[in-house]
Design a protein. Structure first.
Ligand code: 0X9
Ligand code: ZN
Ligand code: ZN
Length: 305
């Protein structure tokens, strides 16, 4: 059965999506934004009080990288918390009254399934191309943002293979098309990874500071402080290129250059003791503290609409 404190398989996440979206139909709906290379649906949950006019929105995805299991766990947790605290938590109520939050719980659906059934440490998509026996590209090197210019590989066998062209991966295309279509409504883009305890923002494809650097840094520091207030977990904030490493083709840089100003990459727990193999006992504390950071960013975005 599905559990918020376990790492759920893709099939369990899919049936959870189906049931949660029908049992709370006044606040939540689902839509498929496309299918993966292997034909799995990519389903986005839209959270927000129904409204006659289009509301400004936040887009959040989890599970770009297959093995980062705490990430999809967080997206599921976020949906649960949003629904269960609407009406009692004043911030969540106001957020969902004024804005919509689109959540893609699992981006790399094929890769995620593969980590549950074959290779726990798989990172990339599962696409094949004749001429190479190596499978998949790194979805976070496949966006059209300084594509493959640094920190990415053009070797199909590499874990950071940028793909054969920008958006060559159908999953990246599906998400990019969805965000492009709604570019004027999306005020923030949040993408959740693990691990390292970082809150990153553009740029990663360049050492140049983003035009909104100071504001992005200020909001990141506020979000990190909020996160730390619960259990003392320390996060470092900064532009990707200097805070983690230069790496082009990422979704955060792409969304920012498209005009989605508040673009952040979370690298959740831990700092390497367990790494990608974060024990299930840490799902709850990790999600609870991360909620505070996401809510901090959302409140700031809402205040500055
Ligand atoms: O390398 C990545 O894609 C991310 N780290 S991870 O360990 N989860 O793989 C960091 C992404 C930072 N942003 C960009 N490189 N655009
Ligand atoms: Zn990642
Ligand atoms: Zn809670």
């Amino acid at each position: 059965a599905h559990s918020y404190t376990k790492y759920n398989s893709f099939d369990k996440v899919q049936s959870w999506i189906a049931s949660i979206s029908t049992s709370n139909s006044d606040l939540i709906s689902k839509q498929t934004i496309g299918k993966s290379y292997e034909g799995r649906p990519m389903t986005v949950l839209k959270l927000g009080k129904k409204s006659s006019s289009t509301k400004p929105a936040i887009f959040m995805d989890c599970g770009i990288h297959a093995r980062e299991w705490i990430s999809p766990a967080f997206c599921q947790w976020f949906v649960k918390e949003a629904l269960s605290t609407y009406g009692s938590d004043s911030q969540m109520t106001s957020l969902l009254n004024e804005m919509d939050v689109y959540v893609l719980p699992v981006f790399n659906v094929d890769g995620y399934d593969f980590t549950h059934n074959s290779n726990r440490m798989w990172r990339k998509t599962r696409s094949r191309k004749s001429g190479s026996s190596c499978i998949g590209a790194d979805p976070n090197r496949n966006f059209d943002a300084g594509w493959c210019s640094m920190g990415a590989s053009n070797n199909p066998c590499s874990d950071t293979f940028c793909g054969y062209s920008p958006e060559s991966e159908i999953e990246v295309q599906n998400v990019a098309n969805f965000i492009r279509k709604n570019r004027s409504v999306f005020k923030a883009y949040l993408t959740v990874h693990s691990y390292s305890q970082l809150l990153l923002f553009p740029y990663s494809y360049s050492y140049q500071l983003a035009a909104d650097h100071s504001e992005l840094m200020k909001v990141a520091e506020g979000a990190s402080a909020a996160l730390r207030s619960l259990y003392g977990t320390r996060y470092t904030s900064g532009p990707g290129a200097t805070t983690i490493y230069p790496a082009a083709g990422g979704s955060d840089d792409w969304a920012y250059d498209l005009g989605v100003k508040y673009s952040y990459t979370f690298e959740l727990r831990d700092t390497g003791r367990y790494g990608f193999l974060l024990p299930e006992s840490q799902i709850k504390p990790t999600c609870e503290e991360t909620m505070l950071a996401v809510k901090y960013i959302a409140a700031y975005v809402q205040k500055n609409l």
